[in-house]
Design a protein around this ligand. Structure first.
Ligand code: IFM
Length: 466
């Protein structure tokens, strides 16, 4: 049953209309929602192992029960129908499809086959991300992303997924946010696999990018006409003062350009190569790598949450840092309201980011593949979740996306993060990003007020008058 508010009708005035065919979706990731981590042949990922480490994940939370989506996927597709979603971005779990990174497990692929068919039966376009951080633990034990071989194992895994689903998936994304896999995973270690080595992180960057390029080749082989690309978590970066400009340049290099330039221009930026010379970036590049990494993409997935206001380091930190070569860099508040994760809410940052991409990487279709916010939602005594702060966040960011469209940005779609409350990685289940509230004890789903509002946006293909 539709949850579109009864006030929405085709006659109602729409203040900001989106282009015809604009893709309206929501996104999730396998380890964050599926649960069922030991069934049908799935083996451990690096996140299963990481969650078992005392203190690594808040409250000792693990991939169980997740949102039990592996078993409840049909009911979740029905929820998507009630919201009127045009597309659903999910990720495929490598350790289901190739347990331990080895031979293909048909039972693992069957799950995604059923999910894709259920989506298509509901008229929802399936968008698949091939890697959203759940590397098979066995591959980590063989070196993980610090090993070049992992990129080739990824290509084989992509082969098996696209061969099976390529006739039905509407959009392919190779990697989700390789920055997190490389720098949070291998430099600071606050994410799985929890390694703290700047050299390992730099090597992970190159091998993740190589995996992306090899993955693109396999997608092209099995699904030649289907749009494919990569999803990056990108941030507008500004310096607090002229004295902070070099630190800001380095942060922009590590966060944005180290991924954008190889994928879209086939080369690492010169300044990044220089900054990372002590960590051996250039030495990792073999003949042909940059051409593979620069295999043309059809689109770029943009995950946007907040901007970064950078001040130069004052002291070197004792803790391992994600900011390789600029350890101790400071991120200052700019006085904006914050979400529950302390992230500043800046819709204007989204417009700025999209305009920068239009100018620096022209003629590239863009999709916002994630945008959303964590707030401490609760189901009220009347059974409703009144998440007015999330509603305002989404409204502001969609207005900002529309402002970019008006200025000529080729923005083709928007996927809200996230469809369901889920395991927010090291923050555990307590940080809720969902349009739909999940009670992790009972698995009851409650459609939040923001979801009803979003359903209205989709139904109008536009925003209501402010
Ligand atoms: O939950 C994550 C998601 O897995 C990747 N992008 C950011 C989200 C919020 O932190």
């Amino acid at each position: 049953m539709s949850v579109v508010p009864s006030s929405v009708s085709s006659q109602e005035s729409v203040s900001l209309r989106f282009p015809t065919g604009f893709v309206w979706g929501a996104a999730t990731a396998s380890f964050q929602i599926e649960g069922a981590t030991t069934v049908d042949g799935r083996t451990d990922s690096i996140w299963d192992e990481f969650c078992r480490r005392p203190g690594a994940v808040a409250n000792g939370d693990t991939g169980e029960p997740g949102a039990d989506h592996y078993r409840r996927y049909q009911a979740d597709v029905d929820l998507m129908t009630s919201l009127g979603l045009g597309a659903y971005r999910f990720s495929v779990a490598w350790p289901r499809v190739r347990p331990d990174g080895g031979a293909v497990n048909p039972a693992g692929l069957d799950f995604y086959d059923r999910l894709v068919d259920a989506l298509l039966a509901a008229g929802i376009s399936p968008w698949a991300t091939l890697y959203h951080w759940d590397l098979p633990q066995a591959l980590e034990e063989a070196g993980g992303w610090t090993s070049r071989d992992t990129a080739y194992r990824f290509a084989d895994y992509v082969d098996s997924v696209v061969e099976r689903l390529g006739d039905r998936v509407a959009g392919w994304l190779t990697l989700n946010e390789p920055w997190c896999s490389a720098f949070a995973g291998y430099a600071s270690g606050r994410h799985a696999p929890g390694v703290a080595s700047p050299t390992a992180a730099v090597s992970a960057v190159h091998h993740l990018l190589l995996a992306h390029g090899l993955g693109m080749e396999r997608i092209r082989a099995h699904a030649p006409g289907t749009p494919a690309g990569i999803t990056l978590n990108l941030f507008p970066v500004a310096a607090v003062s002229p004295a902070d400009e070099d630190a800001a340049r380095r942060v922009d290099g590590l966060q944005n350009r180290i991924f954008l330039d190889p994928v879209l221009r086939g080369a690492y930026p010169d300044d990044v190569l220089m900054d990372l010379a002590p960590y051996g970036l250039a030495g990792l590049v073999r003949d042909g790598d940059m051409a593979t990494i620069g295999t043309p993409v059809d689109m770029l997935g943009v995950n946007y949450y907040r901007p970064l206001l950078v001040a130069a380091p004052l002291v070197s930190p004792d803790e391992p840092s994600e900011w390789v070569g600029v350890e101790g860099v400071r991120f200052l508040p700019s006085g904006l309201p914050r979400t529950e994760l302390g992230w500043e809410v800046s819709p204007a940052g989204l417009t700025d980011l999209l305009l920068r991409l239009r100018d620096e990487y022209p003629r590239l279709p863009l999709y916002i593949t994630e945008n959303g916010a964590a707030y401490p939602d609760a189901v009220g005594p009347d059974g409703q979740v009144r998440d007015t702060d999330r509603l305002a966040y989404l409204d502001g960011h969609l207005r900002a996306a529309h402002a970019a469209l008006r200025q000529g940005v080729d923005l083709r779609g928007y996927f809200c993060w996230s469809l369901l409350d889920n395991l927010e990685w090291a923050e555990g289940y307590a940080k809720r990003f969902g349009l739909v509230h999940v009670d992790f004890e009972t698995q009851a789903r409650t459609v939040k007020e923001s979801a009803r509002w979003y359903a209205g946006v989709i139904a109008r293909n536009g925003l209501p008058a402010a």
